[in-house]
Every structure is written in structure tokens, then in C-alpha cells.
Design a protein around this ligand. Structure first.
Ligand code: ADP
Ligand code: MG
Length: 295
């Protein structure tokens, strides 16, 4: 496309809430053959809510366990964190403790120390990798929650399970329609998430995305893009930048959802200023129009 056509395209994009940072991505968007979606914050609203909570230690310690959970999650910028902290603040008597050795284990959870107590918070794989033993009974509770498409968060104190929390994130109202339009454009779509199998499957089914991968670590998200690139010429990634900035950077066309992290907007070719997924097919249409005007 001519520089003028590109300028016009970028201008039209801006009025539609599609911020185009990389002009060549605007030209390439019409050639997208495969598109990978992050789940949390992209296909789902990204503001999960606590739906269940079970304490494992005796009730006399309840406030301390929950205060530890609150204090560590307060330090995280994962979308799960505000779900847990706001829930605890509204429903329980909590205290904010000073946290040391805070570590964000991308795609797994969090590690921290409070007053010498070692705290682990995250998914079951993370617990297993840290040598936490989980009873059959707890396992069953968590399975039951996951079958309802809830994400289960485990908390261990000094290597002993102390609480499990279920959070649930609504699917965006725009997801199903956008997936349908993209499918009619002949684009193969994939859902990619660090979340569990059942939740991934439920979200894929509900939105009409044919393929999904669950329990994917951040580095493996990028690897998945590479694998797709061997099969499809132009691969797009849509994400919110939390644990997927590497995949965004690798994709031929990367799109960030405006409500996501600043990193996402830094690396992405296109930023969708609203949370509306229908802006994605709109961006593709804009790409077609931009390239057509000049011939
Ligand atoms: P997604 O692909 O859905 O964005 P992530 O890779 O960001 O998922 O996270 C994968 C999993 O790691 C989450 O589903 C959760 O179980 C766990 N996790 C990550 N951060 C946190 C946190 N702050 N608190 C609890 N669990 C977390
Ligand atoms: Mg994410």
C-alpha cells in the first residue's frame, strides 16, 4: 500500500478504537491464516470473581491463613489477584502483613515469606512441583470445582495445604460472534491458556473455538506460535500481555486488548482500545480496504 493509504487506514482504525502502531501489520492482517487467543482477559472479561473458598487448617487459624493469602496476592498483578483480595476484604477480617521474598512464578503462581512462614499460591501443577502433598479428599473438591469451569487456586503454608479458592471469569459477550466471523473468513483459531483442562475446554466450546491447549506455560505459548508458523504463513496472536508478551512478540501480527498490561501495548502491532473482540474482524476488513485502495 502507498504511504497515503496506510495513513488513511491508521486514521480510520483510530476512529474505530483500533490503534495501529506498526504500519506493515495493517497490510499483513488481511493475510492472517491462524489466530491464537489467550483466554484470560482476551476471550473472558479478565475480572474473575471468587465463587468458592475452603480452608484446610483448623478454623482457629482462619483469619491468619486468609490474611496471608490477602497479603501475598496484594503484590501480584495477575487478574486473579484482585478477585481474591477484594473478596477477602469484603467478607473477612483480614490483616495486611509485610511480605518478603516475593516471587512471581509466571504461569504457576506466587512464592513469598511472611514472618518466616513460607507461602505458596498457585495451580495444582505448581503445588506438585514444590512437593506439596494433596489428599484424595481435597483433590475431589478441586475436581468438582473445575468441572464447573472454575479455576482452582491452591495455597500452602510451610509445605502444607491451607486453603483452596475457586474463581470464575465470565466470557465476553462479543467472543462468540467474533469467533464466528473469523471462522467465516477462513481463519483457524486456537485458545491457549495456562489454566486447567476443564476450564479451557468449557470456554472453547462456549465460544466456538475448535482447538484449545491448556496448562501452557508462558514460554510454551511462544513455542506454539513458532509451530503454527511452520504450518500457516501468517499467524496472529491476541493477548493481554500477562504471561503472553513473548508470544505476542513472535507472532506475525500481534494484537493487544486495551484493558491488558502496558507490556502488551508496547509489543503489539495493534491495540484494541475497548474489550470488544469484534474489533478484530474489523481490523482485518480495514486491512483489506487499505491495500485495495491503492491498486
Ligand atoms: P492464562 O493463560 O489464562 O492467562 P496464566 O498463564 O496467566 O493463565 O496463569 C496460569 C495459572 O497460574 C492460573 O490459572 C493460576 O492457576 C496460576 N496463577 C498465576 N498467577 C496467580 C496468582 N497471582 N494467584 C494465584 N494463581 C495464579
Ligand atoms: Mg493471560
Amino acid at each position: 500500500a502507498t504511504p497515503t493509504a496506510i495513513m488513511v487506514g491508521i486514521g480510520i482504525g483510530a476512529t474505530k478504537g483500533i490503534l495501529i502502531k506498526n504500519a506493515s501489520a495493517l497490510e499483513k492482517a488481511r493475510q492472517i491464516k491462524a489466530m491464537v487467543f489467550d483466554k484470560t482477559g482476551t476471550i473472558t472479561v479478565g475480572s474473575p470473581e471468587v465463587t468458592d473458598l475452603k480452608l484446610i487448617t483448623g478454623t482457629e487459624k482462619e483469619n491468619q491463613v486468609l490474611s496471608f493469602l490477602y497479603s501475598v496476592e496484594s503484590r501480584s498483578d495477575h487478574p486473579i489477584a484482585p478477585a481474591i483480595t477484594s473478596y477477602l476484604k469484603e467478607t473477612k477480617e483480614i490483616q495486611n502483613y509485610q511480605v518478603s521474598d516475593f516471587q512471581n512464578m509466571a504461569g504457576h503462581g506466587l512464592k513469598a515469606t511472611i514472618k518466616g512462614d513460607k507461602i505458596l499460591i498457585g495451580n495444582i501443577q505448581f503445588m506438585k512441583s514444590q512437593g506439596i502433598e494433596i489428599s484424595q479428599e481435597l483433590y475431589k473438591v478441586s475436581e468438582k470445582w473445575q468441572e464447573k469451569a472454575q479455576t482452582v487456586i491452591w495455597m500452602a503454608i510451610n509445605k502444607t495445604p491451607a486453603a483452596i479458592v475457586a474463581v470464575s471469569d465470565r466470557i465476553k459477550t462479543s467472543s462468540k460472534k467474533a469467533v464466528n466471523i473469523l471462522q467465516n473468513l477462513g481463519i483457524k483459531q486456537y485458545l491457549l491458556t495456562g489454566d486447567n483442562e476443564q476450564t479451557a475446554k468449557a470456554v472453547a466450546q462456549e465460544t466456538g473455538i475448535m482447538q484449545y491447549r491448556a496448562n501452557v506455560l508462558p514460554a510454551d505459548k511462544a513455542q506454539f506460535i513458532k509451530t503454527l508458523q511452520k504450518q500457516y504463513n501468517v499467524v496472529a496472536m491476541v493477548g493481554d500481555g500477562i504471561n503472553d508478551s513473548e508470544a505476542l512478540a513472535l507472532a506475525d501480527v500481534s494484537m493487544a486488548m486495551g484493558k491488558g498490561s502496558d507490556i502488551a501495548m508496547d509489543v503489539a502491532d495493534l491495540t484494541i482500545m475497548t474489550s470488544d473482540l469484534n474489533k478484530i474482524p474489523e481490523a482485518i476488513t480495514l486491512s483489506h480496504k487499505t491495500v485495495r485502495t491503492i491498486k
